[in-house]
Design a protein around this ligand. Structure first.
Ligand SMILES: [Zn+2]
Length: 314
């Protein structure tokens, strides 16, 4: 850290005698000028990038929390943000369908792009997927893109891989802050590892616990911890059709289902009455596509998910 300060101040001769205040005052303006501008696509990727970047880079989010990422339409502000950015971080695996055209429009030839899912093997049909009526008709909110299910951030082990990819990408784009990125990433990775252990220890008592979701967001999490997700593919805020309801009923008959999962903030009366009819608890599982922008939110939300799964599966 001290070397960084002295290097950026070649006219500063007496390094060893500098008071901390002098060092700070001397280094602040140049550090601000040089700050790398990083744009991220949506919440989990923002949380991971912010954790790694700390305060040595400016991190922005393109898809504001509260907005649906899967069918997101880019805004002119998004194009401007990318046009002036040094780095763009995306989840990848086909999640950010809006991105290709937006990046093209931004015409930023110096933009470095980080694919957080680089090296992660996508999985399509881990969990049984019950197609919704809409998908059958061709109007599809299709999570199973050619590139596979994109919800890798909900598995703490794959989240760790994403943090590593983000760390390496930031170091490549901004080598001057390598040490900071490394230290910050290491801290966050340790938390992810401890979260993974917590999931393992808690969920190993009830293997093959089966639940129904209306958003195909948890196949990686289910696979990691030996659970079974039966997804009736639908985005939470959409209305369920009679066929979707019938599909859920059939799935309950076919599998030994422990609960129906909705998402936080979703008040779906149809799901409530469906769960009553089926005599199943309706609980919420957070896909983290929306939420708070503090990097620790990942752990808060995932621990709440773990508690829900523990209650459901025992
Ligand atoms: Zn999703």
């Amino acid at each position: 850290m001290a070397t960084g300060c002295t290097q950026s101040n070649p006219n500063q001769g007496k390094t060893s005698e500098e008071s901390p205040q002098v060092q700070e005052a001397a280094s602040t303006p140049s550090a601000q000028l040089a700050k790398t501008k990083v744009v991220t696509t949506f919440l989990p990727i923002y949380l991971f990038t912010k954790a790694v970047a700390g305060n040595v880079a400016d991190v922005e989010i393109l898809v504001p929390p509260g907005t649906e990422v899967h069918e997101y339409q880019a805004t002119p502000e998004n194009v401007r943000a990318i046009a002036t950015a040094n780095v763009l971080v995306k989840n990848g695996l086909g999640l950010e369908e809006f991105l290709e055209g937006t990046v093209k429009n931004a015409q930023n030839s110096k933009l470095a792009e980080i694919d957080a899912s680089k090296g992660i093997k996508p999985l399509n049909e881990i969990s049984p997927v019950v197609k919704t009526a809409k998908e059958e008709k061709g109007h599809s909110h299709d999570h199973a893109h050619a590139q596979g299910n994109p919800h890798v951030w909900l598995d703490p082990v794959l989240a760790k891989q994403q943090v590593i990819n983000i760390r390496d990408g930031l170091i490549a784009a901004d080598p001057a802050n390598k040490a900071t990125y490394e230290v910050n990433a290491t801290t966050y990775i340790k938390e992810l590892e401890s979260l993974d252990r917590e999931f393992q220890q808690t969920l190993q008592k009830n293997p093959s616990c089966t639940f129904i979701t209306f958003h195909d967001a948890f196949p990686y999490l289910a696979k990691r911890y030996n659970l079974k997700q039966v997804a009736v593919v639908e985005i939470p805020e959409d209305q369920l059709s009679p066929t979707d309801v019938q599909n859920a009923i059939n799935a309950v008959k076919q599998y030994k289902v422990k609960a129906l999962f909705s998402e936080p903030g979703v008040d779906n009366k149809l799901l409530t009455s469906l769960s009553k009819d089926l005599k199943l608890n309706l609980r919420t599982l957070d896909s983290l596509e929306n939420g708070e922008t503090d990097s620790q939110y990942y752990f808060t939300a995932m621990k709440a998910n773990l508690q829900t799964l523990e209650t459901t599966c025992k």
